[in-house]
Design a binder for this molecule. Structure first.
Ligand SMILES: [Fe+2]
Length: 401
């Protein structure tokens, strides 16, 4: 047995797994029907454990017999091409690990305070309903009921001086499916309400089960803020009757900003809140038209806030001169492995924007880990609700606590 070659087979198998993950992540960033995506996931489930067995059998002991003294020159062309791709997969995996290990908080972040609330502990029993994938909740280390209530103070270069201390509550990805039961979301809503913010936003994926729109009045519907509550929907809402979901939220006083811009006057300045659930629902909002309308003051620049379900629209946001972009969709990866970091993130950029804060001038991007998910599994990746407090960079105006 050639142990060096067996080790190489193991590396190439890791590269194959990376290719499968890259494929699954990218396809989940596109408007592909749920059923097709399920088939892709099944293929991924089959090929990750199946490939090493195939490699050892087809190339190791049969064919060129690489594990017992055979020659690489006898490897068929098809296998050679795929093994070269696997080698690229290994490089991709390495670059992800390096990016994860060396990631630093951007300079815009002044402070980040987190309070943990274990809802299962508070209730005395885990709030488990009769939805699918219940068995996942019992996985050791699962943090699905441990809400991270974060307060992040950011300094934004173009924040109007008059708005110093403006606060926004960023909620995302609540995924009502019935497995995590309603009391969990009621408690999350209480925590949200206690934050006393100026504006509340929700960045998509509210439902995985249409009937659970009935939970809206007792959860998101119970929230209010002086500058209002704005929302967009996400790809999981798109799989259902998203118009009915939007109507149910609007009945509770929430403002739908999908494909449009809402204008909010605050202390003599205008906040433009645009929303996009593209590529699943509608199109991008037109900030330029909103900035030109009759109520705008050409002497004063309007502050631009974008709600985008996926962070994949960061480049577009930059081109639209957006100041702050709030996104969800990627759930922080849900499972964050030691050293490697998150693995699954349904984005065109993979795990790069799985969760957290990013700065790419002129736009600051916050990606929420969300509160829940279709699959009730979170390891090293707690559900979150986030209060974002904005500060003007002018001297003496920063007052982060
Ligand atoms: Fe989601």
């Amino acid at each position: 047995m050639d142990w060096t070659r067996l080790l190489l087979f193991a590396l190439l198998s890791a590269g194959n797994a990376e290719l499968m993950v890259v494929l699954v992540n990218r396809l989940h960033a596109l408007p592909i029907p749920c059923r097709t995506l399920r088939h892709v996931r099944h293929l991924h489930d089959l090929l990750i454990p199946g490939f090493p067995l195939l490699l050892v059998w087809c190339l190791g002991f049969r064919g060129p017999q690489l594990l017992v003294g055979g020659n690489w020159s006898d490897v068929p062309l098809g296998w050679t091409v795929y093994l070269a791709l696997c080698a690229l997969g290994v490089l991709s995996l390495l670059s992800s690990v390096i990016r994860h290990l060396f990631r630093r908080a951007p300079a815009t972040l002044l402070s980040n305070h987190t309070r943990l609330v274990d809802v299962a502990d508070e209730l005395g029993t885990p709030p488990i309903g009769d939805g699918p994938f219940r068995w996942l909740i019992r996985v050791p280390g699962n943090q699905v009921f441990e809400i991270s209530v974060a307060t992040k103070h950011l300094t934004l270069p173009r924040l109007p001086r008059e708005w110093n201390g403006l606060s926004i509550l960023h909620l995302s990805d609540w995924h009502f499916i019935g497995t995590i039961d309603k009391p969990f979301f009621e408690r999350a809503s209480e925590l949200a309400s206690e934050q006393n913010v100026d504006l509340i936003v929700f960045t998509g994926d509210l439902l995985d089960e249409q009937d659970l729109a009935a939970w809206i009045p007792g959860t998101l519907g119970s929230l209010s803020a002086p500058l209002g509550c704005c929302f967009i929907l996400g790809n999981h809402d798109w799989y259902l009757d998203h118009r009915a979901i939007s109507a149910a939220l609007q009945q509770q006083g929430w403002v739908d900003v999908m494909g449009r811009v809402a204008s909010i006057n605050h202390r003599g300045r205008r906040l433009l809140v645009g929303g996009t659930a593209a590529p699943w629902i509608g199109d991008h909002p037109d900030f330029s038209a909103a900035a030109r309308d009759a109520h705008s003051n050409p002497a004063l620049r309007d502050f631009r806030l974008l709600l985008s379900h996926t962070p994949d629209h960061l480049r577009w946001a930059q081109s639209e001169d957006v100041d702050l972009m709030l996104a969800g969709h990627n759930h922080g990866g849900q499972v964050v492995l030691p050293l490697i970091g998150p693995v699954y993130s349904p984005s065109l950029t993979g795990c790069r924007f799985a969760g957290g804060l990013f700065e790419d001038s002129p736009t600051v991007l916050h990606v929420s880990r969300g509160l829940s998910g279709r699959h009730p599994l979170r390891i090293n990746c707690r559900p979150e609700i986030t209060k974002i407090v904005l500060h003007s960079p002018e001297p003496g105006s920063n007052s982060a606590g």
